[in-house]
Ligand binder design. Structure first.
Ligand SMILES: Cc1cc2nc3c(=O)[nH]c(=O)nc-3n(C[C@H](O)[C@H](O)[C@H](O)COP(=O)(O)OP(=O)(O)OC[C@H]3O[C@@H](n4cnc5c(N)ncnc54)[C@H](O)[C@@H]3O)c2cc1C
Length: 392
């Protein structure tokens, strides 16, 4: 019998597999596609903290970013810049492949073309049933890392993401664009934002996250960028995806853990899920290591995983989600006003200088922002339920 089955060969599944085989456990990854690296809708921006903590190889990084230009609905611009590189833009296909190769080199076995459609838990172990090539496979525990929208969490009684946002993105040719641009406004991306992210010379990703009709809004954004001379007209082939904005209520059970997008471990502020998912992958791997050594993979013993990831990320996810809901209530005029207030009061600069504000950790920036009376007024004197607790 295998020790661990990991469902999903995305970055989170591969990270868990890698950590567990290094600890000496026999791990099989079941991936429904014929290969890894299928997430073409993902922009692949990660902070430098993620690059360093997970030793991301330079060969999968397309570009490093120090600055960005934020556009309000009426076209006001906020320019944010730090002296050091803040983020890296990944070749997402190469990154997923590299993560899987690390796990394989360490000894993890991958079965491709094996879409898991059911998992049964018994007193003796778990059994995963695949459509296609995998047949059925038995192990002591299973990790569900099959991304957002997986049916397995519902099937196993964990439910599904209570809130999510849809996204669309395409590769484009640019007219020498070399700065990241972010676009706000109900006409651009209702409830979220759109982006132009340069990758290699003359190329970029244009995409958006939106509460509805991402394909329609992407078309409008592309037409606008063409009219501004920023990108070159072309035969665009958008990819679509979605991002959970809230974690599942429960992410562990008897012989099972749920990790990454499948668990909703994503920054609700930006939709970035790679870093938080991989942090949780490490927590999952160390919980399983201890549980397997003790031969106790009961729900009670595995609950440590959820305690630990909530201790690490709970406050960030809670504050980020509430801030997102507040932001979504703003009209375009209020967002323009927010841009004005931030520029006039040099709030952007102050946030950039703060040591506890970074690409990956947003709660301090949100709290500092909302503590400014000029900013709080824009949100209409909303009583902020932000101040205590980790309740998500
Ligand atoms: C438009 C868009 C832009 C984004 N931009 C960013 C960004 O810039 N930065 C960032 O950090 N994050 C971004 N994200 C989020 C990021 O893509 C995810 O958080 C990340 O991919 C999560 O990794 P994962 O391994 O949990 O899931 P996934 O990457 O989704 O991997 C899940 C894997 O499981 C496989 N699978 C699914 N079902 C089954 C099954 N039944 N059986 C077997 N295998 C299965 C899938 O084929 C896939 O390989 C973006 C997402 C979208 C939609």
């Amino acid at each position: 019998m295998h020790d661990v089955i990991v469902v999903g060969g995305g970055p989170v599944g591969s990270r868990i597999a890698h950590m567990l085989v290094r600890l000496g456990w026999a791990v099989t990854v079941l991936e429904k596609e014929g290969k890894v690296g299928n997430k073409l809708s993902c922009t692949g921006i990660i902070g430098q903290e993620c690059v360093h903590n997970f030793d991301i190889d330079e060969s999968v990084i397309l570009r490093k970013v120090k600055s960005a230009r934020l556009f309000s609905p009426a076209g006001k611009i906020l320019y944010i810049k730090r002296d050091e590189c803040q983020a890296s833009i990944l070749d997402r296909v190469a990154f997923d492949l590299a993560m899987a190769q690390r796990a394989q080199n360490a000894g993890a076995r991958y079965i491709f073309g094996g879409a898991v459609h059911d998992i049964r838990i018994t007193k003796e172990g778990v059994e995963a049933y695949c459509m296609g090539r995998g047949g059925s496979l038995a192990a002591k525990v299973v990790v569900i890392a099959s991304g957002h929208g997986t049916r397995l969490t519902e099937r196993m009684g964990f439910g599904k993401a209570a809130d999510f946002v849809a996204g669309a993105q395409t590769e484009v040719a640019t007219s020498g664009q070399d700065e990241v641009e972010v676009y706000f406004g109900r006409e651009v991306a209702p409830g979220f934002f759109g982006w132009l992210v340069p990758t290699t010379a003359g190329n970029a990703r244009v995409g958006l996250l939106s509460r509805h009709a991402p394909e329609k809004h992407l078309k409008k954004l592309l037409d606008y960028l063409v009219s501004e001379g920023k990108i070159v007209p072309g035969e665009w082939k958008p990819s679509y995806g979605a991002i959970p904005l809230r974690p599942l209520r429960r992410t562990y059970g008897e012989r099972v853990l749920v990790v990454g997008d499948a668990a909703g471990q994503v920054k609700p502020t930006t939709g970035g899920g790679i870093y938080y998912g991989m942090l949780c992958a490490d927590i999952a791997a160390s919980t399983l290591d201890r549980a397997l050594h003790k031969n106790d993979v009961s729900a009670k013993n595995l609950s440590r995983y959820e305690q630990e990831w909530k201790r690490r990320l709970g406050r960030e996810l809670m504050i980020g989600y509430r801030a997102r809901k507040l932001f979504e209530r703003l009209s375009d005029q209020q967002v323009d006003h927010l841009f004005d207030v931030m520029e006039k009061n040099r709030i952007g600069e102050a946030l950039l200088e703060a040591e506890d504000v970074s690409f990956d950790w947003h709660s301090q920036a949100i709290l500092k922002l909302l503590r400014r009376a000029v900013v709080a007024r824009i949100f209409g004197g909303i009583r902020l339920p932000f101040w205590g607790g980790n309740d998500i």
